[in-house]
Design a protein around this ligand. Structure first.
Ligand code: RP5
Length: 172
């Protein structure tokens, strides 16, 4: 397997419509990644083998999304010595609160940086920011991304000041 900077892992293909947002952002930043569906519950041997491979290949950041009893990010954090970002996936029965608590409440010693429920885009941004600490090209792209967000909000405010809220809402 070739080396990549970021591994995006998810517990099921039902997580893919959310997790694709992390991949999209990494593509925008020109960061190499691979995407894998593996469950520590349903196919534990394959998941453990993959964790070993990530450690051997010295992957820089893991983004792991899972829903329900979401053990995937924590189990990878236990085995691979790189930052792990957990994405709690919105579950049908408990609206993702189960996923959030499972991922965020890690025991001392094994941290998982947890983003919001379905916050895969932020996971991609956070991963890119970590990569940018040792990559000037990515650092510049992150700065440009922040500058464009800044500009977009100020533009909206200018429009609000010019139009007033009623006209602004009509144009939305
Ligand atoms: C978790 O169980 C997955 O991460 C997914 O969010 C959830 C439901 O999986 P499916 O039943 O849709 O395959 O392991």
């Amino acid at each position: 397997m070739k080396n990549v900077d970021v591994a995006i892992i998810m517990g099921s293909d039902s997580d893919l419509p959310i997790m694709k947002d992390a991949a999209k952002f990494l593509e925008e930043m020109g960061i190499s990644y691979e995407m894998t569906i593996l469950s520590v519950h349903r196919c534990p041997d394959a998941a453990f083998e993959y964790a070993k491979s990530l450690k051997e290949r010295k992957v820089k950041v893991i983004i792991a999304g899972a829903g329900g009893a979401a053990h995937l990010p924590g189990v990878f954090a236990a085995q691979v010595p790189c930052p792990v970002i957990g994405v709690p996936i919105m579950s049908k029965t408990l609206n993702g609160v189960d996923s959030l608590y499972s991922i965020v409440q890690m025991p001392s010693g094994i941290p998982v940086a947890t983003v919001a429920i379905n916050g895969a885009k932020n996971a991609g941004i956070l991963a890119a920011t970590i990569i940018s600490t040792a990559n000037d090209e990515v650092y510049k792209k992150i700065c440009d991304y922040k500058a464009s967000m800044n500009e977009a909000v100020l533009k909206k405010n200018d429009k609000l000041q010019t139009l007033g809220y009623e006209e602004y809402i009509k144009q939305m």
